[in-house]
Design a protein around this ligand. Sequence first.
Ligand SMILES: Nc1ncnc2c1ncn2[C@@H]1O[C@H](COP(=O)(O)OP(=O)(O)OP(=O)(O)O)[C@@H](O)[C@H]1O
Length: 225
Amino acid sequence: MSKIYGEADNRVKALDDVSFSIKQGEFVLIVGSSGSGKSTLLNMIGLLDHPTNGKIAIDGIDTTTLNDDKISSFRNKKLGFIFQFSNLLTDLSVLENVLLPLQIAGNNTSEKDAIDLLRAVGLEDQIHKRANKISGGQAQRVAIARGLINKPSIVLADEPTGNLDSVTSGTIVQLMKSMAKKLNQTFIIVTHDREHFGDVDRVITIKDGKAFEGDQPSQMEIIAK
Ligand SMILES: Nc1ncnc2c1ncn2[C@@H]1O[C@H](COP(=O)(O)OP(=O)(O)OP(=O)(O)O)[C@@H](O)[C@H]1O
């Protein structure tokens, strides 16, 4: 799978023939220096953008063949997003923001699940605050709870611990790992904080748009192919 931005003189090959497969339940880190293509890869797996060449298969479905409606419903049902600049709706409370994905997916709203998650990210005393009255780090933790509330089978996170102190980062990492185990969720996490994550199933390094595991070019198939 490749992704090229722009044309002619402005052409940037952000992903260059990246190919790997991730199994259900794997906890995977994507690391690499700034500008290497990590966010581009996450956007492709999250079906937020299309690859220029190749395909992304999820659960055996080649997502490049799906129309926009199908992509939206696929995204709502299967994927959870924790993106650093994923804005919260500022007119809503912290709790309402976390409940939103349940309502969009038409799932039964479970306030208890939302409150449990907010407690797990250390925000139980902020749940009725409006989202514009909390700090950046707290907003990041709300975004984490919001990304997990639907119990998505695949969670995509871009720098989920980026705004957080190391104690809170540790709590968040433990929460994500325990959810991954309990619900057999796949986590694909872009991070600059490799050390905060401790033991993980796999680490994929992106270098100049190419994917490596260990020192070897990644040779596995599917998900991004
Ligand atoms: N929308 C875009 N249009 C043009 N070029 C882009 C676009 N998005 C990313 N790029 C370019 O693609 C390359 C990969 O960018 P990407 O954001 O995926 O890197 P990254 O590894 O996530 O970086 P960082 O760690 O700084 O977030 C960079 O050269 C970047 O400038």
